[in-house]
Design a protein around this ligand. Sequence first.
Ligand code: FBP
Length: 303
Amino acid sequence: MNEILVAAKIISLEVNKAGIGGDILGLTGSINVHGEEVQKLDEFANSTFVHILSKSGTVCAITSEEMEKPVIIPEKKAGKYVFVMDPLDGSSNIDVNVSIGTIFSIYRKITPGSLVAETDLLQKGADQVAGGYIVYGSSTMLIYSSGSGVHGFTLDPSIGEFFLSHPDMKIPKQGNIYSVNEGNQLIWDSKQINLINYFKQIDERTKRPYKARYIGSMVSDFHRTLLKGGIFMYPKDHKNPNGKLRFAFEASPLAFIVENAGGSASTGEERILDIVPSNIHQCVPLYIGSREDVKTAESFLKD
Ligand code: FBP
């Protein structure tokens, strides 16, 4: 965790001065394994974490949304953990100064010996040792869980230290905010359309109509959902039959957080943390947030 905080401080500094210092805004010109244009800050964040963790003696492998293949740490420098990350989520929002973030999961190496096997890299979400995210926004915050509660720490840049600011965070059982890119409505199936129409209907008893909020930077949309309740969704659609968000780098770590804060995370059909991925870049539909709101979503989506 200390190594993660060092990397977070370095990235926070770069993000906060993006546009005035150095050449950190804009594209690298390369395309990542998901067919997305790589931002310079994506690359900077990825190499900062890989550099620091590779030398830390704490990890044996690193997988990243920005790297097709895992980084395997040489035996002499290897530790007992596998680090899984989306080094910079919401990167399409960097140039417009919207909050972005880093999302991470930590798993224990489960196979004996020093060789890292595929099973070490493709573990069930529920087997995370810890999960968390860092928001680079109006302040820089770390939110993480190691299975007993969810805690938030805020960076004091004048001291360069993270301080406990949000102990034992709990998500409200039900919210009144739904968050989804409605621009995709024409490529949704009827179940998804019916669900969104349900949240828009007027019925005071069930707090409806819900408010619509969508930043388009998942870390920020999730952070708001954790604090205020409601539901964030990235459904499957005719363009992305498995949704757009990545199981290992995005859905699973945030599912670990939301469940430890009293909420739920689902594909619409199954619990995210019950999934054992078949490949590190696998995508899943995601419904995450307040327990009652995710239950409502499942009631519309389950066959
Ligand atoms: P990356 O920036 O890590 O690729 O994340 C994907 C993301 O930007 C999420 O943060 C966000 O929720 C989603 O894509 C927005 O997608 P869309 O523009 O299709 O609504």
